[in-house]
Design a binder for this molecule. Structure first.
Ligand code: ATP
Ligand code: MG
Ligand code: MG
Ligand code: MG
Length: 482
């Protein structure tokens, strides 16, 4: 079964249970100060859970584009190093707004996994909230008893508040959740360590695939919990992980979702995937990041110097640097993956197909701009490393990291990443201090200016401004003749 069929089967299954299909919301969030990017399927339904709005459909299903690179959910450091956390991924979901609850959600999840997808029962574990004395919450016995109808007792585990209790924020709707995990290890490995000991333990072959959240409480600002007048179901399953399990692979990157991208990178770099861990990480970072970058641009967020735009620029530069350092890709290459993406995802997400040329152009410009200074910046870092080693130091001073940022366009996390590879660390506090001092200086300088031009977007003129034509234009736009 290929990924397209797997996605469709999920949606069709829930449609057959009277769920309305809705399209994915944009990955870029424009109207919520607490969130830059959609990081879960439920984001677009937040107002239904909060009771601010009533859904036209009590049951909904979809596949949501998600990005987990900032805020509460930030998986960026894991991406490429492991084989099952992505920056951008699709979250398949089914929802009940005050309609069905635990019994149906559990029965249908199990039916879909075991009867439609035919996943092996003897490899799966389910977790149930085990209670929390601080909150005066009991274990979720209800969910436990519904699971018992389907799953052998020894495969049902009780979990902590951290893994099995979901909260939207400090206050608001919340509730216990049940997760489904799958053990993909070999029989020999399983004989040595039982799977139940590895659930939620970051084992690359014992992974979480689905989270079923039962929203039944409301938390007040003083910490108290009340039962909500009606209860809701919010589930999320990562498509990439599901496809990997169904296609019986040991890595998400070995599925048909990523194969054409890997092939393309092999073709443009001349390197082979699967030869060495360092090179493989670079491959995975690139084929992961191109999705995050392209989907975000398609939804209207261009790379820039602040907020969401800067997050995307950082991801793009991270991918360029991995290609440059480990795959000898010294000329723009990321943009060549955009046609592959349009081909792979264009049917389900038409926005990446219809804007294919624009996305590729933006990426290519960004690559060019960064490549112009990348080499010099890397050489600079090497000499910094040498001088630190000579004096037996291992901390890159904040001011030096700031110079790399200011002059060569190295985001702090990129410098930190390279530093880590070299066995060094960055004085991040010192970096922030240097950044603050520079802002002070430019503010003071702006006040002294008496020329013909005033800065109209001061915020945007802070920090690094690239050297390419796009940026030069942006810089000019920031000044207006008086
Ligand atoms: P994990 O513990 O593996 O980090 P999670 O508990 O943070 O996952 P949830 O917030 O419960 O994940 O999201 C629901 C589902 O989305 C997960 O069960 C998983 O299948 C998928 N998922 C979560 N984060 C990622 C990611 N970074 N990349 C790919 N899939 C993910
Ligand atoms: Mg997580
Ligand atoms: Mg988890
Ligand atoms: Mg989870």
């Amino acid at each position: 079964m290929n990924s397209k069929q797997i996605r469709s089967q999920f949606i069709e299954f829930f449609q057959s249970k009277k769920h309305q299909f809705v399209s994915s919301a944009p990955i870029v969030v424009k109207n919520d100060p607490s969130l830059m990017f959609t990081n879960a399927g439920m984001n677009q339904f937040k107002d239904f859970f909060l009771g601010n709005e009533v859904s036209d459909h009590p049951r909904i299903t979809n596949s949501q584009k998600c990005l987990r690179v900032s805020g509460k959910h930030n998986d960026l450091e894991e991406v490429g190093v492991d084989t099952y956390h992505h920056t951008m991924f699709e979250m398949l979901g089914n929802w009940s707004f005050g309609d069905y609850f635990k019994k149906e959600a559990i029965a249908w999840a199990w039916e879909l996994l075991t009867e439609v997808y035919k996943l092996p029962v003897d490899r799966m574990y389910v977790t149930v909230f085990g209670g929390d004395s601080e909150d005066g919450l009991e274990a979720d016995k209800e969910a436990f008893s519904f699971w018992e109808d389907w799953v052998p007792r020894e495969r049902i585990l009780f979990g902590s508040k951290k893994d099995n209790f979901w909260e939207m924020g400090e206050t608001g709707p919340c509730g216990p959740c049940s997760e489904i995990h799958i053990d993909m290890r070999s029989p020999e490995e399983i004989a040595q360590v039982p799977g139940k000991d590895l659930v939620n333990a970051d084992h690359p072959q014992v992974i979480e695939i689905w989270n079923l959240v039962f929203i039944q409480f409301n938390r007040f600002s003083d910490g108290r919990l009340n039962e909500l007048p009606s209860s809701h179901v919010d589930t999320g399953m990562g498509l990439e992980r599901l496809v990997r399990v169904i296609q019986n692979k040991t890595s998400n990157y070995d599925t048909d979702l990523f194969a054409p991208f890997i092939e393309k990178v092999e073709q443009v770099s001349g390197y082979q995937y699967g030869q060495s861990e360092k090179i493989d990480i670079a491959f995975r970072v690139i084929v992961d990041h191109i999705r995050a970058i392209s989907f975000t641009i398609a939804d209207g967020q261009l790379p820039s110097n602040n907020k969401a735009g800067y997050v995307i620029r950082r991801i793009l530069r991270r991918a360029v640097r991995y290609g440059y350092t480990f795959l000898d890709l010294k000329v723009p290459f990321l943009h060549l993956l955009v046609p592959v993406l349009a081909e792979k995802f264009g049917t389900f997400f038409p926005e990446v197909k219809s804007q294919q040329e624009f996305i590729a152009k933006v990426i290519q410009e960004e690559e060019l701009a960064f490549l112009r200074t990348l080499d010099k910046g890397l050489k600079n870092l090497e000499s910094i490393q040498e001088s630190l080693e000579a004096s037996n130091e291992h901390v890159i001073p904040g001011a030096v990291a700031f110079e790399l940022y200011d002059t060569y366009g190295f985001p702090l996390d990129l410098t930190s990443l390279i530093a880590r590879e070299k066995g060094l660390i960055v004085d991040e506090k010192g970096f922030q201090e240097a950044m603050r001092a520079q802002k002070e200086r430019s503010r003071a300088a702006a006040q002294l200016e008496t020329g013909d031009w005033v800065i109209v977007y001061e915020e945007e003129s802070e920090g690094f401004i690239g050297y390419d034509s796009l940026h030069t234009k942006a810089r000019i736009l920031k000044y207006r003749k008086i």
